[in-house]
Design a protein around this ligand. Structure first.
Ligand SMILES: Cc1ncc(COP(=O)(O)O)c(C=O)c1O
Length: 439
């Protein structure tokens, strides 16, 4: 039995009691529960890096606008399913100012978080073409989106992009698209869990191939603006958030309020369809949605059936935040640089103690520091590592649940770790390295 920061026997007992066959295969919520129990039994706090939840206060401009909207009585009223005009207008401006793309307000549809944007999109795209029935995930990815596919009985294929960066992406992607069954391609950028960001070359490859094979690109921008290597925060001025929208006219963007504006609790996202797609006609939709128009089917078919739109007052919050961003009054990138600064210090602590960063480069460029990073420890697979780290009071999730082939890797999230915990993290990592000497 080793001398570990969290008493060995307590961790061992709680793992046994959890009845989880493999900690490394457990879902994020299961890991969270186990850690809560270990914390309670040991009286020691973990360095919690398993959950991807914001660790910053909600943007105050949003709170003010939301309170005002509530005082004005919106809680009693159903919002329009297509969203309140203020939010649609400000999102259209936001897309121009920070992505340098033109989308009409009508094509910007508020949803119950990006989570629902995904569900509504997958649900609808499954019915787009009789002959195309499959989504392609460029992994690693956000596990719930695959769960949404399973629940819907929707087909998907996936590959880990780790070995297919840069020019290599073209042949790999084409090997799927050429089969003719792919209706859409999905990825997040910056990527949850790996924090890779596609380069312009890669976005061009994705966009051009999607065009060639008539596939739609779903770009999940949950971490908008958080590729901190370039500052996209000045409205209407380059550089902009990188996007596939520059390379194809059939795209859907998910823009979430959760991380960029620390507004996760109010469950508000916006699904932005390209105007071409919003106005697009797909006859195979008709039996399910009573219309062949995609925009109409998504709004009055899927979003209506799922939740009849989304929180009325939160829409006012996001409209006000976006307006402040558009007018240069609120700098949303500055609002979240804390994640970059923490990642910078934490990554160094891990690598100084023998850990490796698994996804470490975008082609020849070192990754940005940000919300997540990935780690491995020589000689251990991810399942072993996640379990072993529990004895050191450090929690993370396994990359194995994200579609990554890097089975040695874990995802670490910086958001809930406070800077005051850094000395403790340092001590625990030193203890880990001491007990696991590298050859
Ligand atoms: C890639 C990705 N997409 C979507 C979401 C969910 O966003 P929302 O809170 O807007 O539903 C998350 C949240 O962690 C995410 O990481």
């Amino acid at each position: 039995m080793k001398d570990t920061p969290i008493p060995y026997e307590i961790v061992e007992q709680k793992i046994k009691e959890s009845n989880l066959p493999k900690i490394g295969k457990a879902s994020i919520r299961e890991v969270k529960r186990l850690i809560n129990e270990i914390e309670q039994a040991s009286g020691k706090k973990f360095i919690r890096m398993e959950m991807g939840i914001p660790g910053l206060p909600a943007v105050a401009i949003g709170l003010e606008a939301q309170k005002k909207a509530l005082d004005n009585g919106v809680a009693a009223l159903y919002p329009d399913i297509e969203g309140i005009p203020e939010l649609k207008r400000e999102m259209s401006r936001f897309c121009k100012n920070f992505l340098d793309i033109d989308v009409k307000p009508a094509s910007c549809i508020p949803t119950v978080g990006s989570m629902q944007a995904g569900f509504a999109t997958f649900l609808t795209f499954q019915r787009l073409h009789k002959e195309k029935d499959t989504t392609l995930f460029i992994d690693p990815g956000f596990p719930v989106q695959k769960q949404q596919h399973r629940i819907l009985g929707a087909k998907f294929e996936t590959f880990d992009v780790y070995d297919f960066r840069g020019d290599k992406l073209k042949d790999k992607l084409e090997s799927y698209l050429i089969k003719g069954n792919i209706h859409s391609i999905i990825y997040s950028n910056p990527n949850n869990p790996s924090w890779i960001c596609f380069t312009e070359k890669e976005l061009r490859i994705i966009g051009e191939l999607a065009k060639k094979y008539d596939a739609i690109v779903i770009e999940d921008l949950a971490y908008f603006g958080m590729d901190f290597r370039k500052d996209i925060s000045i409205p209407g001025q380059a550089p902009y958030q990188a996007t596939v929208a520059k390379y194809t006219d059939k795209y859907v963007l998910f823009i979430s309020s959760s991380k960029a504006f620390s507004y996760a609790g109010e469950r508000l996202g916006v699904m932005v369809l390209s105007d071409t797609l919003f106005q697009g006609k797909y006859p195979d939709l008709k039996p399910y949605f009573g219309t062949d128009n995609l925009g109409h089917a998504i709004v009055y078919g899927s979003v209506y059936a799922l939740s009849s739109g989304t929180s009325h007052s939160a829409q006012y919050a996001m409209a006000a935040i976006l307006k402040a961003c558009n007018e240069g009054i609120y700098n949303f990138v500055e609002g979240v640089v804390d994640y970059r600064d923490k990642a910078h210090v934490m990554k160094k602590m891990f690598t100084d103690n023998g850990f490796k960063i698994v996804y470490d480069k975008d082609e020849d460029q070192v990754l940005s520091d940000g919300f997540y990073f990935t780690i491995s420890y020589p000689g251990m697979n991810g399942e072993e590592l996640i379990e072993e780290l529990l004895y050191y009071g450090i929690s993370a999730i396994s990359l194995a649940i994200t579609g990554s082939q890097r089975l040695e890797g874990l995802r670490a999230c910086v958001s809930l770790v406070s800077k005051s915990q850094f000395p403790e993290l340092q001590e625990r990592l030193i203890a880990f390295a001491k007990n696991h000497p590298l050859k």
